[in-house]
Ligand binder design. Structure first.
Ligand code: ADP
Ligand code: MG
Length: 579
């Protein structure tokens, strides 16, 4: 984690006899390792830690709820390959942050959740301390590693271990428990400075074995209908040039998983994005690069994958990922950058591209689907349907490819994923492996802070509700975030009725004609009420130009939308029919 903080710290040698304390050792240890942004919710016992961090020049962003601070830290880790740090209070704050820590682990994002905790002696004897909880024990099953530091002289090691655990191998979440008493401990400043550890080569390269590379190339050579699937691990790896070179040199059509969109531009000649069903069914060899054969890929088997036998090549840093769902004919264990480079080298100068017939089939299916979709995206219906509204936003991203897109919802997510083309790597941030709702505003804040680029959040009205209060955070830091709420008055749609005819509305329905735009205005941002795709396009274009916090309430037909979007099949069916 190259930075100059080490040199700065070394130059500022403490005076003889000077003291430091736990607070400042934590700060110095983080800064020494190039960690400067903290996603925080203040309170006992970490309020002063946040204050001191700010005083020492770190950027401390305070949220309204720990879950959103945590989602921000998690996605900061994805974007930067450095652990994103979330700072919370004890017990309830810790638990609120824990969801995002588990989410980071599941998604392979490097993150450190640092929580203050109560008096150890009292907690361990269960004597009823303020916010008493054995946080370390609770965090352990939900993250890659969990550490507690009891002595100020161990802070340097504790933070070094947390960083290494988060970013090395398969990245993930790490919990670091800092008891209140630790922060106030004092020690000699010079001894303290020496106790800090600068982590050298935090995520060491992991080279694939040469015979594994040869095996993978053999399998690829034998393919008549090969396919590459790029996952968010490939986006995380930041090996953008080599991945593009591998796809182009191999001549193999590729399918991006949702957060790998833009790794190569979605309008690339080898993109099979709009021919997804066809390529999954027909491919004979599939090379996975940083993508898992989990539920998002139907576990690599079943109807979606068709009858034809398939061979899988899988590039992953985690050996246990191999054969998790189906047999992997050519496992390539290593970091993506090294594996892709090894494949490129191994392909040499005279690689034979796949039969033209395969590429023609893919391209004609893809172009046919795109052509079929085009008129629906240009409709200017009022109230808007998903296609009309997303047609407008698709244009916004085409005109502003540096914008980071954050996307959550059910229909809003499913339609936006396929309709909005991405042109640059790591520009699409969404609900990830769990399909979790509530990532919106947290990810938006981190995306703006970490990249400096404008952010467009495309949110279902239900999804937005999970983190909506953080629009105050967006306004407070004056971030260039434009939130578009697809307001169809409910979860999935706004037309469900209470089957009993009682006074309560249906379980999936919200207040009619809600004005989410007023929420942004309440905190000094810009609110816009948009009823047509043209208005939506104008409002969002203006928001991106101005960089002002903006919320566009996009009125969507309450009849538009289907149950659970495209994953309604995951809902269990009742066999009991009652009147
Ligand atoms: P998607 O949902 O886009 O398919 P997943 O999160 O399921 O992506 O898969 C990402 C995979 O990438 C994980 O199996 C993870 O181990 C792997 N991975 C993450 N970073 C790297 C890296 N630098 N090198 C190799 N594999 C990586
Ligand atoms: Mg809705």
């Amino acid at each position: 984690m190259g930075n100059t903080a080490a040199d700065t710290l070394a130059q500022e040698a403490p005076e003889a006899g000077a003291l430091t304390d736990g607070f400042h050792l934590v700060i110095d240890a983080l800064k020494l390792n190039g960690i400067n942004n903290i996603y925080n919710v203040p309170g006992i016992p970490i309020t002063d830690l946040g204050r001191f961090m700010q005083a020492e020049g770190m950027r401390v962003l305070s949220f309204r709820h720990e879950q959103h601070a945590g989602y921000a830290a998690a996605i900061a880790g994805f974007l930067t390959r450095k652990p994103g740090v979330c700072l919370t209070v004890s017990a309830p704050g810790f638990l609120n942050g824990l969801t995002s820590l588990a989410h980071a682990t599941t998604n392979c994002y490097p993150m450190i959740l640092i929580s203050g905790s109560s008096e150890r002696e009292i907690v361990d004897l269960m004597q009823g301390d303020y916010e008493e909880m054995d946080q370390l024990a609770i965090a352990k099953p939900l993250c890659k590693a969990a550490y507690r530091v009891l002595h100020a002289e161990d802070i340097g090691i504790g933070i070094a271990r947390a960083i290494r655990a988060a970013v090395s191998g398969r990245p993930g979440g790490v919990y670091l428990d800092l008891p209140a008493a630790l922060l106030g401990q004092t020690m000699d400043a010079a001894v303290g400075a020496k106790s800090l550890v600068k982590v050298i080569d935090a995520a060491p390269s992991q080279l694939p074995a040469p015979h594994a590379v040869a095996r993978a190339l053999d399998v690829l050579k034998g393919a008549k209908k090969p396919l590459i699937i790029l996952g968010k691990g490939a986006a995380y790896a930041q090996a953008d040039e080599d991945i593009r070179a591998l796809v182009e040199k191999s001549g193999i059509p590729y399918l991006p998983m949702s957060m790998a969109k833009g790794l190569l531009p979605d309008n690339h000649p080898l993109s099979a994005g709009a021919a997804r069903s066809l390529v999954l069914k027909e491919a004979d060899v599939v090379m996975l690069i940083g993508a898992r054969l989990n539920w998002l890929l139907s576990h690599g088997k079943g109807k979606q994958w068709g009858e034809a036998p398939k061979k899988f090549v899988q590039i992953d840093i985690e050996p246990k990922e191999m054969d998790s769902n189906v047999e992997i004919a050519a496992p390539l264990v290593g970091d993506i950058a090294s594996c892709v480079k090894a494949l490129l080298d191994g392909m040499g100068g005279n690689w034979t591209q796949p039969p033209a017939e395969w590429l023609n089939t893919v391209v004609s299916k893809r172009d046919g689907n795109i052509e079929k979709m085009a008129p629906r995206l240009q409709n200017n219906n009022v109230p808007m349907d998903f296609h009309g509204a997303l047609g407008a936003l698709r244009k916004v991203i085409a005109d502003n490819p540096d914008v980071v897109l954050v996307n959550e919802g059910a229909n809003t997510l499913d339609f936006a994923r396929s309709i909005i083309d991405m042109y640059k790597p790591r520009k699409r941030l969404d609900v990830g492996t769990w399909g979790v709702m509530g990532i919106g505003m947290g990810q938006a804040v981190a995306a703006a802070v970490e990249t400096g680029c404008p952010v467009l959040c495309v949110e279902g009205d239900s999804a937005f509700g999970f983190s909506g209060m953080e629009v105050e955070t967006i306004c407070r830091y004056n971030l260039p975030v434009c939130v578009v709420v697809f307001n169809n008055g409910g979860i999935y749609r706004g037309t469900d009725v209470n089957p009993t005819g009682g006074a309560d509305v249906a379980t999936t329905v919200f207040v009619k004609d809600a004005r989410y735009d007023k929420m942004m205005e309440a905190f000094g941002g810009v609110g816009v009420y948009a009823t047509s795709p043209d208005e939506l396009l104008r409002a969002v274009t203006e928001a991106i130009k101005s960089g002002k916090p903006t919320l566009v309430n996009a009125v969507i037909d309450e009849k538009a939308g289907t149950e659970s979007g495209r994953i309604g099949n995951l809902n269990p069916q009742s066999v009991v029919s009652k009147k």
